[in-house]
Design a binder for this molecule. Structure first.
Ligand code: AMP
Ligand code: MN
Ligand code: ZN
Length: 892
């Protein structure tokens, strides 16, 4: 087979491959040909004849072996084969693919060669697709735009975004940069990103400018971080203790830390009266400082605290991270610009809270909605006394409300928003990007002056309109960051947005793929769009490919995670294909012209419900010979019935008495296909431990349920723990294997993986029943619980980390943490599962509940007078104050 394949194209002229090769090179396009068409015609002809010739070659098992016994034939094959391999190798090299197709020593056989060819084909086809789209003027790539000066390996020059000549003085060339070339900043973060499917709680632990002190939940590390795992009690009891400890803090946990201060913020007279706009300094005469050390950041904070206003903007990256990363903060005063490397100073940014929450300092933003979220999410920074020029622009009814427009309108500055979508993670930051970033804030204070004056003029000197902008800005600063939470309905939201109508199978595929990509994205800390773009997810759901290759074909370019997990995806699609279709859907499918009617998801599916039958179960019959089948009462007879299906099929589904049967028996596990098991596992891993706090929740959990081995909640809890242990073991295994891999041969690795997968699947099949688990836990009840289980994969930092920080800082030479991202561990977050139903009402967390609830509750009118410059305080806690004052930053 090996040589037959090689010989297959032996008769084709090696020049063909070279010609193809030339096709890729733009400079010497089609030498020797009149135009591209002539070249394509020639190329096609050559490929066609090569294909014909290869089809004419003797096949293995045919006469091939006979021919091969002639030395002449053998020699010819070998020399031609060698030539061909050389050609292929050249083409692969040209495209930057692994190319040792010819090198016998590096390969074990045909299979690997074939893989190499397939991979290279994918790369070449992807590239051709991209180029074709570019030629069409489409920007199909979501890759970030990079400045021309930035040097990086593997740059693809793009033309779609090249600007027409004569606009602006800056370089007009753009390049696309593959984001994979940028080091992942997450690896350097001291505090790992928390991608768990649990609601966000504020990062704050000291509260400068506090009128109302920070709740003990944030200051008391006992409650916040420590889990009572050290206690010599069973796991379930430990959870219960923790839950009891945090229960009374639920309201604080999800409140805005500066709610009280913002509620009592009043706009002083001076900010509501007319003032002459103060002209900005020319950008060329303005000092610009890049801040990437703690010392500089502290100094900047000092400087800001002495001002009455400053302008702020942030740059953000969202493609290679699940929640997104704030990469840069720009601050402009009347005299200076500052660019803060927030990737470097992520863990220290909180010190700016001193200036940012000082009510006597105005913070000017343009379009601050996202900025407010990002500040909270990444740094625990809040803004008190915000002015948003975007809100001003709206109130003024300007033609457009973008910053570009305001810059043009008030400063006659042509801004260049081309870098807005650049990859802001890049370090060192290219000069073009620094320049771009500073223009975002440099003129903002002047614009703030202008819009204030106009807002007053607009309203004949009355402050009403201006006040409304202050109020709108305050509302934005009161916003709380909400983490994206995966629920079982999340996929429907996206489906609705996409306005797609799916049949039952397609919708199932969509749901499974949606859950899969969400899980993978959290685990790998990538955006869902990076794992599997929505349009590809829709394509796969629509087409339900039977083969893994079909899934690949739905994706162009194929996302790396999809390629890695193609078997997993294939199983999910298979699982969807096994779903019974609605009668109407089958009919629609038969009348190909019609689109299937989408019915709302019916989750209850009884055996008496004949509206759903599997496609394959549906007998083909003509209307005049309606088949008849006797209904049967007992399920044991079902098999017999299936056997004579063809002769006596009548009812779409057989009747069956299921009254005394449990819907989900243990045997289910065995009858499930691997796809079912996988799908179930993915869905189950999303059992949200905070579900009881979510608005749609209708779960009733009794206090004793967690101790009752027959209860669902007990089972869920156990499963989480089992899964996490299993996961850790897999991780340990994987780490060990990584080392060996380097030395081992490629094929061996492949075998290993297969084995691993098999044994894993076997272990899945052997999932212990609840009762077995209970018995086991009873046996080991006397033993002290192992802590390892909960330590690995911990998503929240240990408090000791923070205390150790000052010591750590003095030896700054310490290596940044290089350990790989550890997947979030759901067993860490099950603390809220076992709540007392009686206390449920008052502690129920409702993410949809607006801050106004708190407002009403916590705004005693008499306290309003409290707010004054003399009354401000810092509520630092003794244990942690050293962190903030290490550098003697202001005690005011
Ligand atoms: P800006 O406030 O305009 O500087 O934008 C801040 C960040 O928002 C940028 O760094 C981008 O990450 C993101 N962003 C702004 N505009 C867009 C857009 N049109 N599409 C996607 N992301 C954007
Ligand atoms: Mn912005
Ligand atoms: Zn910006």
């Amino acid at each position: 087979m090996s040589s037959s394949k090689t010989n297959a194209s032996a008769k084709s002229d090696p020049q063909d491959s070279n010609a193809e090769n030339n096709d890729e090179e733009k400079d010497e396009l089609c030498p020797g040909f009149k135009d591209v068409d002539a070249f394509v015609k020639y190329g096609l002809g050559a490929v066609l004849s090569a294909t014909k010739a290869s089809a004419g070659l003797p096949q293995t098992g045919d006469d091939y072996d006979f021919y091969r016994s002639f030395p002449g034939f053998q020699e010819f094959c070998e020399s031609q084969g060698d030539k061909l391999l050389q050609c292929m190798s050249q083409i692969m090299q040209h495209h930057g693919c692994r190319s040792h197709v010819r090198d016998q020593s590096k390969l074990t056989g045909l299979e690997e060669r074939f893989d190499l060819v397939v991979d290279s084909n994918d790369v070449i086809l992807e590239r051709a697709g991209i180029l074709l789209d570019e030629a069409d003027g489409l920007n199909r790539s979501q890759q970030p735009v990079m400045p021309a000066g930035f040097q990086t390996p593997k740059i693809v020059v793009s033309s779609w975004n090249r600007k027409g000549s004569g606009s602006g003085s800056r370089s007009e060339t753009f390049r696309l940069l593959h984001a994979k070339n940028v080091a992942r900043p997450q690896l350097k973060f001291k505090e790992k990103v928390d991608n768990s499917n649990t609601p966000f709680t504020p990062k704050i632990f000291i509260k400068p400018n506090a009128i109302k002190p920070l709740p003990s939940y944030f200051t008391d590390k006992q409650i916040q971080k420590e889990r009572p795992e050290d206690l010599d009690v069973p796991a379930a009891l430990a959870d219960f203790i923790h839950q009891q400890r945090t229960q009374k803090h639920v309201e604080d946990m999800f409140a805005h830390p500066y709610q009280y201060e913002l509620d009592h913020l009043t706009t002083p007279e001076s900010l509501l009266s007319k003032q002459e706009p103060q002209m900005y300094k020319p950008i060329t005469e303005t000092k610009c400082s890049f801040i990437d050390t703690l010392e500089d950041l502290v100094a900047l904070n000092e400087k800001l605290c002495r001002l009455t206003e400053f302008a702020v903007d942030l740059e953000h990256h969202s493609y290679r991270s699940f929640l997104g990363l704030t990469c840069l903060m720009q601050i402009s005063t009347r005299d200076e610009d500052f660019i803060i490397d927030t990737l470097e100073l992520r863990g220290e940014m909180y010190i700016l809270n001193e200036a940012f929450t000082d009510p006597s300092i105005v913070k000017v933003f343009h379009g601050s909605d996202s900025d407010i979220d990002w500040l909270q999410r990444d740094f625990g920074v809040y803004v008190v006394n915000l002015f948003d020029t975007h809100q001003a622009s709206r109130a003024l009814n300007l033609a457009r409300h973008s910053l570009d427009h305001l810059l043009k309108h008030f400063c006659n500055v042509d801004s260049d928003k081309r870098y807005q979508l650049a990859d802001w993670r890049i370090r060192p930051l290219p000069d073009e990007m620094v320049q771009y970033a500073r223009t975002d804030t440099h003129y903002l204070l002047y614009i703030y002056d202008c819009v204030r004056a106009q807002l007053l003029d607009f309203n004949h000197g009355q402050p009403g309109l201006l006040q409304s902008v202050w109020n709108k800005s305050k509302d934005i600063s009161l916003k709380k960051y909400v983490k994206p939470i995966f629920t079982e309905e999340s996929y429907l939201e996206l489906q609705r947005k996409q306005k797609k109508s799916f049949n039952t199978q397609q919708l199932t595929a969509f749901r499974l793929l949606f859950a899969w990509r969400n899980k993978l994205a959290r685990q790998e800390d990538e955006s869902t769009g990076y794992v599997l773009p929505t349009h590809m997810m829709i394509k796969i759901s629509e087409e339900l490919p039977k083969e893994p290759q079909g899934i690949i074909a739905c994706c162009n370019p194929v996302p790396p995670v999809v390629r890695q997990q193609i078997n997993e995806l294939h199983l999910l699609v298979q699982q969807a294909r096994e779903m019974p279709l609605l009668k109407a859907e089958i009919a629609a499918q038969k009348n190909k012209g019609l689109t299937p009617i989408k019915k709302s998801e019916v989750t209850l599916f009884g055996p008496h419900d004949t509206s759903r039958v599997s496609e394959s179960d549906l007998p083909q019959f003509s209307p005049n010979e309606l088949p008849v089948k006797k209904g049967m009462l007992f399920s044991e007879d079902e098999h017999k019935m299936d056997e004579d299906d063809q002769s006596t099929c009548g009812l779409m589904a057989s009747a069956k008495i299921t009254l005394f049967e449990e819907l989900e028996t243990k045997n289910d596990q065995e009858s499930l296909s691997a796809a079912h098991v996988k799908a179930r596992r993915i869905i189950e891993s999303f059992e949200n431990p905070f579900r009881m706090y979510l608005p749609t929740s209708d779960v009733h959990i009794s206090k004793n349920a967690k101790f009752d081995p027959s209860s669902k909640i007990f089972e869920i809890s156990k499963r989480w723990k089992l899964q996490s242990i299993e996961q850790q073991q897999k991780e340990l295994e994987a780490k060990r294997k990584d080392k060996e891999e380097a030395r081992e041969h490629a094929k061996k690795v492949k075998e290993e993986r297969n084995k691993e997968k098999q044994s894993y699947q076997e272990s899945l099949a052997k999932v212990v029943t609840v009762r077995q688990q209970a018995a086991e836990s009873g046996k080991s009840g006397g033993k002290k619980r192992e802590r390892v289980a909960s330590e690995v994969g911990q998503s929240t930092p240990r408090p000791t980390k923070k205390l150790m920080k000052s010591a750590e800082k003095t030896e700054k030479t310490e290596k940044p943490q290089q350990d790989v991202f550890t997947p979030f561990d759901y067993s860490q977050s099950d603390l809220k599962v076992f709540a007392d139903p009686k206390s449920k009402d008052n502690t129920q967390f409702d993410p949809n509940r607006q801050s106004h609830d708190y407002k009403k509750k916590r705004t005693p009118k008499g306290q309003k007078s409290n707010f004054g410059p003399g009354n401000r305080s810092m509520s630092y806690l003794t244990g942690r104050s050293e962190r903030g004052f290490r550098h003697n930053w202001p005690k005011r």
